[in-house]
Write a protein that binds this ligand. Structure first.
Ligand SMILES: NC(=O)c1ccc[n+]([C@@H]2O[C@H](COP(=O)([O-])OP(=O)(O)OC[C@H]3O[C@@H](n4cnc5c(N)ncnc54)[C@H](OP(=O)(O)O)[C@@H]3O)[C@@H](O)[C@H]2O)c1
Length: 338
């Protein structure tokens, strides 16, 4: 047995990266060798044994057994993972944007079992491994999910009567929404995550551009529209769905109205949730935190432990599944633009 601790490089030490660095220190078989950042002087809590910080990607990647990518974005992240893969490292990432948009690069690494990406969808709440594991025994009929916590927060504030602009300002003040909130409120982040999930359970080669055309965000929701829905016993949510019309697979991210008793509503405020319907298993509900440094670190650290134990990452589907007969809409009523 190799007594040397496995060397882990962490690219990015922001909200998630810093939590990952702190959490990896609980595992004596791991050594966080270096972390890549832009700003070497920024204050950060990196635990009792902080790694060497560097702004030089080559220095960060040097000698790493596992490279954890927590930069965000699609270009630098993909380029650095390419260098890490060429150097023989195992890869771990929480980056759904890069996975969704740069699949031509990431797909072969995933197919080779070299990537852990549990944290890319619903953070620490396990859905990637569920879809790539135990749920594979059923033919999927449909999947409906709440995949963006910021949209959930904004809708809940508007349900309480606040207008979109001030709800968004509050989300930004609390650090839930970025300065540029487009990825969240225009549905793109949920679209990225739906792309990752749909590939795992039905359409292994699904391209981001096809999904992107079916993505609509929540900017047209208003407190007045939400109040009118409430009078009908309905709640609006940004719902990401994969279903079949009998002839082909369909997918969409859009605001939808759900009854109060719907499983995606019953999970309570502030949570991500996914309902999977399979022909053998029936309806499965998975719910939990979908964001936050610590919750995301939980899944990232699990992927690092799997990698150093030599176990492969989630396997892609081997081939596209034919669309099943049309599935019931699970009481999800798509909301029109206005
Ligand atoms: N936040 C969440 O709750 C969450 C949940 C699930 C998945 N994710 C995913 O996790 C990833 C990281 O998210 P985050 O919220 O931790 O982002 P973040 O707080 O913005 O952190 C990004 C980190 O990357 C570093 N970085 C960015 N560009 C760089 C560059 N050109 N060179 C060197 N370093 C660079 C930043 O350095 P500086 O600190 O010096 O600026 C920062 O440390 C994203 O892919 C995100 O989608 C996040």
């Amino acid at each position: 047995m190799d007594a040397r601790p496995s060397r882990v490089a962490v690219l990015g030490a922001g909200t998630v990266g810093a939590a990952v660095i702190r959490s990896l220190q609980r595992h004596p078989q791991l050594q966080v060798a270096a972390a890549l950042v832009r700003n070497l002087r920024a204050p950060r809590d990196l635990g009792d044994r902080p790694p060497r910080l560097t702004a030089d990607p080559d220095e960060a990647l040097e000698g790493a057994d596992v490279v954890v990518e927590l930069l965000g974005g699609t270009e630098l992240s993909t380029e650095l993972m390419r260098r890490a893969a060429e150097g023989g490292a195992r890869l771990v990432s929480a980056n759904k944007a890069a996975l969704a948009e740069r699949w031509e690069v990431w797909g072969p690494w995933v197919a080779a079992g070299r990537v852990g990406f549990e944290a890319s969808v619903m953070a620490g709440t396990p859905v990637v491994s569920a879809l790539a594991g135990p749920l594979r025994g059923s033919r999927p009929l449909a999947l409906h999910a709440l995949l963006n916590g910021t949209c959930g927060f904004l809708i809940e504030r508007m349900e309480a009567g606040e207008d979109f602009a001030s709800a968004l300002a509050e989300a930004q003040r609390r650090g839930y929404a970025e300065a540029d909130p487009a990825l969240d409120v225009d549905g793109l982040d949920a679209g990225h995550k739906l792309t990752v999930l749909a590939r795992l359970c039905a359409l292994p080669e699904l391209g981001w551009e096809r999904v992107r055309r079916e993505v609509r965000g929540i900017r047209t929701l208003t407190p007045e529209r939400l109040a009118a829905l409430a009078r009908r016993g309905r709640r609006a949510r940004l719902v990401a769905s994969l279903w079949s019309d009998g002839a082909s697979w369909r997918f969409a991210v859009r605001p939808a109205a759900l009854p109060e008793h719907h499983p995606l509503i019953c999970v309570g405020p502030g949570r991500n949730a996914l309902v999977f319907r399979g022909d053998l298993v029936g309806e499965v509900l998975i719910a939990g935190p979908g964001a936050g440094g610590e919750a995301t670190a939980s899944a990232v650290v699990a992927d690092v432990l799997e990698a150093v134990a030599g176990r492969p990452g989630p396997a892609p589907l081997e081939r596209e599944l034919p669309p099943p007969p049309p599935s019931a809409a699970l009481e999800i009523e798509e909301l029109p633009e206005s």
